[in-house]
Design a protein around this ligand. Structure first.
Ligand SMILES: [Zn+2]
Length: 243
């Protein structure tokens, strides 16, 4: 971790302690940065949010990326996770984002400039809720994955909703904030996100990994409250079936 990053997230003494642990950067802290009306949200060292820590714990423990060889495409790369994955010995790593300057390549997820069967693993967290044609994005991830390959999708889901709420006539930042909870979101996913992913051809498993951990680990890693209905941290494991 660079000194620049240390400075960016506040004075170390403010957070000095051992109550909390960030699994991404292995930092130990008395508290994390508060925000979004919640306590202990952002790691003061690597900047990871609750959902990023949850995603990393899942990838570290469940993805098998640390063993064998994997061609990985990582959309909207979280810098802390990107560094950890790129450092894995068997990983051939590529990051992509539609915004120039934040990833290795500029890529529109609805038109991925790679042939079919190019990647073993795709990581796509908190992207689809920004993409107007998300079905096309899912289809492009499916096309570029090799058969048997896995995509990990994470996005905000309101599990209190059966159906996804979207409305293409809602376009201004103010209206989107009101309707979809964030100025640049184009929908709020409901429980049917799973069928939408399956519609692209994937075999989908929904992993509520935060809730699978025991309460001591959930508290230690400062993860999202296990009882919340509106979740940002559920991992949708989407496998492209072998023909
Ligand atoms: Zn951290």
């Amino acid at each position: 971790m660079t000194n620049l990053l240390r400075r960016a997230y506040g004075h170390p003494l403010l957070y000095k302690g051992r109550r909390l642990e960030c699994p991404v950067c292995d930092g130990r802290f008395r508290r994390m940065r508060h925000g979004r009306g919640r306590r202990d949200v952002q790691c003061p060292r690597c900047g990871s949010y609750e959902r990023v820590r949850a995603l990393w714990l899942f990838l570290r423990e469940e993805s098998g990326l640390a063993e064998g060889s994997h061609r990985v495409l990582h959309f909207a790369p979280e810098p802390s996770i990107a560094a950890a994955i790129e450092a894995m010995p068997g990983v051939e790593y590529l990051s992509a984002d539609i915004t120039p300057g934040v990833a290795m390549e500029v890529v529109d997820i609805t038109a991925i400039p790679y042939p079919e069967d190019s990647f073993d693993t795709v990581i796509c967290s908190h992207v689809l809720e920004h993409v107007p044609d998300d079905r096309r994005a899912m289809g492009e991830v499916f096309r570029t994955l090799r058969p048997g390959g896995t995509a990990y999708f994470m996005q905000p889901v309101d599990f209190g909703r059966a159906e996804t709420h979207e409305d293409p006539s809602i376009v201004t930042p103010e209206e989107r904030l009101r309707a979809f909870n964030q100025y640049n979101h184009v929908r709020v996913y409901g429980r049917d996100i799973r069928e939408r992913l399956a519609g692209a051809g994937f075999e989908v498993a929904e992993r509520r990994y935060t809730e699978e951990l025991d309460s001591a680990d959930r508290a230690r890693y400062a993860l999202q409250d296990g009882d919340a209905t509106e979740r940002e941290d559920v991992v949708f494991v989407a496998v492209k079936p072998n023909p």
